[in-house]
Design a protein around this ligand. Structure first.
Ligand SMILES: Cc1cc2nc3c(=O)[nH]c(=O)nc-3n(C[C@H](O)[C@H](O)[C@H](O)COP(=O)(O)OP(=O)(O)OC[C@H]3O[C@@H](n4cnc5c(N)ncnc54)[C@H](O)[C@@H]3O)c2cc1C
Length: 333
């Protein structure tokens, strides 16, 4: 029953997103770039990039968004904790955002992968995989991050559906449920303490020898948190809904919800190739205005921030769009 309802909601969300998208400027169809010089090129047209484009477009700046349609939350049926859109599907939120941005004739879209970037005397040049080249006075990367999945069969199918990245996005919906955490060491200790707010029925899977300190282990055990260090072979699931963990020793554990803090890499390698520095954690380093160490080049959203939420991506995009447009306006006066 639950599955049928979920399937229906997933289907109706997809249908709504498709309906909205049918009204948006499907750029490469109608967009033939006669003049390929833009005030700002934005690589990445999801929440952060679209928010920046809206602020810039409304400030009459000529903007190009290059996007290859692969946002990190695409598999999640429902996105939460973003005011006015709580519970909608990620595709629905993105499609509506794109529809609203595409109404500004100052903003154009190019649906492709940005392959390389060059710093020029006028600003920047971006080449796409098909060889199209575009120039911009300023450049924004809103390209997000790519989660690196563990080598566990079934993991990727469950990601964003029953294997979760963040309790602020999905914790409320699975509160008080028997919940797994797939992590080890310091991260496992911190995450277990956090998740304990939403449920006290927790099993921590270290997936091999635990690297928790004795003190950490005993603190978790005192709170009733079970620690399992058996290596995991696979996740048994139905359409991404986790049912069981199957261990390499042949044993199994029934569990429906799992949190997994994952390592990540930058989704787009152009900023690094152009000389942007990364923080120790792997985010693109920027100043308080989200400008990278290369003047005129900016980065926003997940690519720079641990606060991985749609609201944060939109806020950074909007503020950066306004700041860049103000700079361009004042420079031109
Ligand atoms: C599984 C999951 C579930 C989540 N659930 C929630 C939730 O419920 N609520 C919430 O607030 N947040 C949620 N988040 C976090 C949220 O999705 C991110 O914070 C948000 O998507 C970040 O937006 P962004 O624009 O920075 O990056 P993304 O949304 O990841 O978008 C990056 C865009 O850049 C494009 N791109 C990358 N490289 C290139 C290139 N070379 N050329 C062209 N295009 C490129 C990609 O195709 C993509 O469209 C979730 C995240 C995950 C992983």
């Amino acid at each position: 029953m639950l599955l049928h309802r979920r399937k229906f909601i997933q289907w109706s969300s997809k249908a709504t997103a498709a309906f909205i998208l049918s009204f948006t400027k499907r750029s490469n169809d109608c967009f033939m770039p006669a003049n390929k010089l833009y005030d700002v090129i934005i690589v990445g047209g999801s929440y952060a990039g679209l928010a920046a484009a809206m602020a810039l477009g409304r400030a009459l700046k000529k903007v190009l968004i290059i996007d290859n349609g692969n946002p990190c939350n695409k598999q999640t049926p429902h996105s939460h904790n973003f005011l006015t859109n709580d519970g909608k599907s990620p595709a629905e939120i993105a499609a509506l955002a794109r529809l609203q941005v595409s109404r500004y004739d100052t903003v154009s879209f190019f649906n492709e992968t940005a392959a390389t970037g060059t710093i020029t005397s006028a600003g920047f040049e971006i080449a796409t995989i098909s060889g199209e080249k575009f120039s911009g006075k300023k450049l924004i990367f809103a390209t997000g991050i790519k989660d690196v999945f563990p080598q566990i069969d079934g993991f990727s199918a469950c990601w964003g559906i029953s294997v979760l990245h963040c309790p602020y996005c999905h914790g409320y919906e699975v509160r008080n449920e028997l919940t797994g955490i797939l992590a080890n060491g310091e991260a496992a200790f911190d995450f277990s303490k956090l998740i304990f707010n939403w449920t006290n029925k927790i099993v921590l899977f270290t997936n091999g020898t635990s690297s928790l300190t004795k003190d950490q282990s005993s603190k978790l055990i005192q709170r009733g948190i079970e620690i399992s260090d058996i290596e995991i072979q696979r996740f048994e699931h139905s359409n991404g809904l986790l049912q069981k963990i199957i261990f390499k020793d042949g044993t199994e554990k029934a569990i429906n919800v799992m949190y997994a803090p994952l390592p990540f890499e930058q989704h787009c390698k152009i900023p690094i190739a152009l000389g942007c520095s990364l923080t120790n954690e792997g985010y693109i380093e920027t100043d308080q205005f989200h400008e990278t160490c290369i003047p005129g080049m900016y980065a926003i959203g997940d690519a720079i921030s641990k606060m991985r939420t749609v609201a944060n991506a939109v806020a950074q995009g909007s503020i950066t769009g306004m700041n860049i447009s103000k700079k361009l306006i004042l420079d031109a006066f």
